[in-house]
Design a protein around this ligand. Structure first.
Ligand code: ATP
Length: 135
């Protein structure tokens, strides 16, 4: 089976490097699946899960936005933060979710801190979903 190399890179260093059969991401424009031989492109990503099919099994990585770059034999995902399912601290994500929900209750929807809390909530929910492989 044909494969494509996927690298996920953050400011703290590489998080994932592997040859996979398929990679699926949540681009700003919607779900974006990449198979070997995909045309070269660059796309901004949403907070979401990167889904990888490797040796017939699915693997998941939580990413907090960033960019996807597709080249003929390589996909690179550059993200502010990224965690594989096994590296997610569920307690921490639950605390972050609680904190964000509390801040959203205290702020008006148009306030800049509301938006910040909303993004923190999205990151926490995404981490919880990836840790539970809920897709
Ligand atoms: P928190 O409020 O818990 O720090 P956050 O969403 O604000 O959450 P980020 O700024 O996205 O955190 O990430 C900061 C660093 O902490 C990154 O290296 C990220 O991978 C890591 N990180 C954040 N939350 C978790 C988690 N629940 N499990 C593992 N690593 C995490």
């Amino acid at each position: 089976m044909k494969t494509i190399k996927v690298s996920v890179v953050t400011p703290d260093g590489p998080v994932y490097d592997s040859d996979v059969e398929m990679v699926s991401t949540k681009a700003q424009s919607g779900e974006l699946g990449v198979l070997p031989g995909h045309i070269p492109m660059v796309a901004p990503l949403q907070i979401g899960a990167v889904r990888l099919k490797k040796e017939g099994k699915m693997e998941f990585i939580a990413v907090s936005g960033g960019f996807l770059e597709v080249r003929p034999d390589q996909v690179t995902i550059l993200a502010q933060s990224a965690e594989t399912a096994s590296h997610i601290d569920v307690e921490r994500a639950l605390r972050a979710k609680e904190r964000a929900e509390q801040r959203m209750r205290e702020q008006k929807a148009e306030h800049i801190d509301f938006r910040r809390a909303e993004l923190a909530l999205q990151r926490a929910i995404n981490r919880l979903a990836v840790s539970e492989k809920r897709f």
